[in-house]
Design a protein. Structure first.
Lengths: 492, 327
């Protein structure tokens, strides 16, 4: 039935518009689906609800496809979630393997997106109920696991990586405390009350920072291929990427369902898991395709799974879902468990549109690869200001706030210094993202238990996760040979 | 004609000219499009409410009103920005009364809550309430209170934020009933409701009762001043004798010092807009209560509210002195 909905020309057109917009926005650093969707929100009031949800959904998961493009080609994440793709994707591009990186990224995204949609179709209600049982103690245990894995994020000095993670945890605490309404490190600046925005920080650290460090080297960015010869991944690439894509899909799907699970968390999780499971972890950070395939798959599976709590329980798990939620309400459609029953056309229509959308995206993205790479042959003297312009634009559109631009520029300088002295940005971002989640989960758990720490172990899911973290932490000490995590362990 | 007569004639004409000019200025308003800040994020209740109201007002005024998001700090960031704008009626903001009567008590604001604004019109009242999941053992509010009395500190409830009216109302009840329950704050209504749905907290003091209207949760208590028409069997805090209710109003503000004639035009426009089907439909879907409080009444309401809130918070022991001077 869903396919009859999507076959309707109006919906089809909106789906295409959505994914096209999404891809473009994903590619541009800083500019994200959030800002675009809120701009389009008034439009959706006048449109037929199914069409507008299809379009908004298309923008959302389309952006996940496009986000990896600049990550791979320029070491600048196009989307907040694509930070991790920079790590190995860019290194692959430097070795002349931009084509396979982009290709595997697109295909991995397609597979993950399709599987996620399948999951949405088949197991949505059951999974949603499981997601509900994920409360503060479970979240905390998951965050403990995440922090254990941060160690595996750095390809350079582990000490530096941990230092950056700690810095990230600290930076994430800036703002109004949820529990006591005390302002932390705000210094009277109203715009810091909500915290340092993740978009200005990432765009500054990775976008502006990258441009600045390139300018220092020479007025010349690295252009790797004058023509795209090996566009497609080789058979070996496929073999290497197969399991990462499978694992990434599952990880992304799982993270996307739980309340509070975001795209960036799923990519971090996938990357660290792949590195941990790999037979040659030292390759990560120098161009291992597993480091691109896994996270990209996770990202797209996550965005599909994000719809589950919204469409089955009427609970939006992030800002964009909240906008879709409002859009549904305005059109008189009550999101909740009855949505599937009362509005089957909407539910199945959106699912069908996701299948179709993923196909459209893969068909869009592959030929575009050639164009993007050609785009890079523009002299860096022109490219650099263009990139900076889009960074500024992207950071501004988050909240129409000028202070965000200042934050971005400050972090641009920080990013530049970090690259110069070989401190990695990925662990910092991970710490930043986790900060609020881990603190919130911890305090809420203790509020629930009346101060008792046993709550983390008396509940099955959180107990399991805590034990897993403990094991992961201890096991390397008992391993036969020490796991060398770094391509280069500098003491500096 | 005597000199006196001539002087009189000139004075009268001069006065008439001035009068024409003054009303003339108001008669010209609005000459250009109006900007309306929405101090809450897109897709939320306040944002959708003003977007539903604006088309009717645009028609009445004959000019476009553009809604621009300037969110942050429960509306304080946007209002701080508004306070600095010219009071010519071309820059307005839509937000809740929380940023005027509550938040400034706890933190020092750059604006004077009662002094930096013209309170133009209050158009909707929040219909908040206490929700529990269907499997909850509590069938009535009294049951929950009694259980809390027997087990101090064991009953947990979530809200969208510490210091929010939803939090304060639960603590006022606790104070009056002499019981203790535990508050678990979240950032936003959605995670708070999820926690209650999942059974991690016993109840959620929610900003809207839509989940009860749809049957997904049960409502034990309403925080409205009068019985809520859509849930007539649910008692309100006033019904139960607590002498307190959630008086948060969604309203339109302007910078201080706006021309009263301009304010009147805006009041009329918003009142007109509340008769449009678009507004009625929005009310229906989001479950709020429509209010028509014009500037004079609303200003008095807020001034009283300021005093009342200080009193209550001092009684609760959470406030020593207001952090921001009102005027």
């Amino acid at each position: 039935m869903g396919f009859s909905v999507i076959a309707e020309p109006m919906n089809f057109v909106f789906c295409f518009t959505g994914v096209l917009l999404g891809t473009l926005i994903g590619v541009l650093p800083g500019l994200g689906p959030g800002a675009t969707i809120s701009l389009l929100l008034p439009l959706t009031y006048h449109l037929n609800p199914i069409a507008s949800i299809i379009m908004v959904a298309g923008i959302y998961y389309g952006a996940k496809y496009g986000g990896s493009t600049t990550s791979i080609l320029l070491n600048i994440p196009g989307e907040v979630d694509s930070v991790v793709t920079c790590l190995d994707g860019y290194q692959m591009a430097r070795k002349g393997r931009a084509g396979p990186a982009l290709g595997i990224s697109a295909f991995g995204s397609f597979i993950a997106g399709t599987v996620a949609t399948l999951g949405l179709m088949l197991v949505a209600p059951t999974l949603a109920r499981f997601a509900l049982s994920f409360g503060p103690p479970e979240m905390f245990a998951l965050m403990v696991l995440a922090m254990t894995l941060i160690v595996f994020m750095s390809s350079g000095s582990q000490a530096k990586g941990l230092a950056m993670a700690a810095l990230g945890l600290f930076l994430g605490s800036v703002g109004l405390d949820v529990f006591t309404n005390v302002d932390r490190f705000v210094f009277g600046y109203n715009f810091l009350l909500e915290g340092l925005g993740i978009v200005p920080v990432i765009v500054g650290l990775f976008g502006v920072g990258e441009v600045l460090s390139n300018l220092e080297v020479q007025m010349r960015g690295e252009v790797f291929q004058k023509k795209v010869s090996n566009l497609l991944p080789t058979l070996k690439d496929w073999k290497d990427s197969f399991w990462p894509i499978v694992r990434g899909t599952f990880i992304g799907f799982f993270v996307g369902v739980i309340p509070g699970g975001g795209g960036i968390a799923s990519t971090f999780a996938s990357y660290t898991v792949e590195k941990r499971l790999s037979k040659h972890p030292e390759k990560f950070g120098t161009g291992a395709i597993e480091g691109v395939a896994g996270p990209e798959a996770a990202n797209n599976a996550c965005s599909g799974a994000n719809f589950i709590p919204l469409l089955t329980l009427g609970i939006p798990t992030n800002g964009i879902m909240a906008i879709i939620f409002a859009s549904l309400m305005i059109n008189g459609l009550q999101p909740g468990p009855l949505l599937i029953k009362n509005q089957p056309e909407l539910f199945w229509g959106v699912i069908a549109s996701m299948y179709v959308g993923n196909v459209m995206l893969v068909m869009l993205n592959l030929p575009l690869i050639g164009i993007w790479v050609r785009f890079l042959t523009i002299p860096y003297a022109i490219l650099a200001p263009l990139i900076l312009f889009f960074c500024l634009l992207g950071a501004y559109t988050v909240k129409n706030a000028v202070p965000d631009l200042i934050i971005m520029l400050i972090f641009g300088i920080v990013g530049f210094l970090m690259k110069k002295y070989r401190y990695e940005g990925a662990p910092l971002i991970m710490g930043f993202v986790i900060s609020e989640l881990v603190e919130g989960a911890f305090i809420r758990s203790l509020l629930m238990s009346g101060g008792s720490f046993t709550i983390f172990f008396s509940r099955p899911i959180s107990c399991t996760l805590m034990i897993v973290s403990l094991l992961l932490f201890i096991l390397p000490l008992f391993g036969k040979k020490p796991i060398s995590m770094g391509a280069g362990d500098d003491e500096g | 004609m005597t000199a006196r007569c001539r002087i009189l004639r000139w004075t009268v004409s001069a006065l008439a000219l001035v009068a024409v000019f003054a009303t003339g200025a108001a008669a010209e308003y609005p000459e250009k499009p109006i900007t309306m800040y929405c101090v809450f994020p897109p897709g939320g209740t306040v944002d959708t409410s003003i977007r539903a109201l604006v088309p009717g007002a645009e028609q009445a005024l004959g000019r476009n009103i553009t809604v621009v998001t300037k969110d942050g700090g429960t509306g304080t960031v946007g209002l701080a920005l508004l306070a600095e704008q010219k009071p010519d009626g071309y820059t307005l903001a839509s937000g809740t009364s929380t940023a005027i009567v509550r938040v400034p008590l706890a933190r020092k604001m750059t604006y004077k809550p009662l002094g930096s604004f013209t309170f133009v019109y209050a158009y909707a009242a929040v219909a908040s309430g206490l929700l529990v999941r269907p499997e909850s053992p509590f069938k009535t509010f009294k049951e929950m209170v009694e259980y809390a009395r027997q087990n101090p500190g064991k009953v947990t409830y979530s809200t969208m934020g510490a210091g929010s009216p939803l939090h304060v109302i639960m603590e006022v009840i606790a104070m009056k009933e002499k019981i203790k329950w535990t508050h678990v704050p979240y950032k936003g209504t959605a995670p708070a409701e999820t926690a209650a749905l999942g059974g991690h907290v016993d109840a959620v003091s929610a900003g809207d009762v839509n989940k009860a209207l749809s049957g997904q949760m049960r409502c034990l208590l309403m925080h409205t001043k009068e019985k809520y028409a859509r849930l007539p069997d649910v008692p309100t805090t006033i019904d139960l004798g607590y002498d307190y209710y959630n008086d948060t109003l969604i309203s339109v503000y302007g910078p201080a010092g706006m021309d009263p004639a301009v304010v009147k035009k805006l009041e009329d426009a918003f009142a007109k807009a509340q008769e449009t089907p678009a507004w009625k439909q929005w009310l229906d879907q989001f479950g709020l209560v429509s209010i028509n409080m014009r500037s004079g009444e609303y200003t008095k309401f807020l001034e009283n509210g300021w005093e009342k809130e200080i009193e209550i918070q001092k009684a609760l022991g959470v406030l020593k002195e207001p952090a921001t001077p009102p005027k």
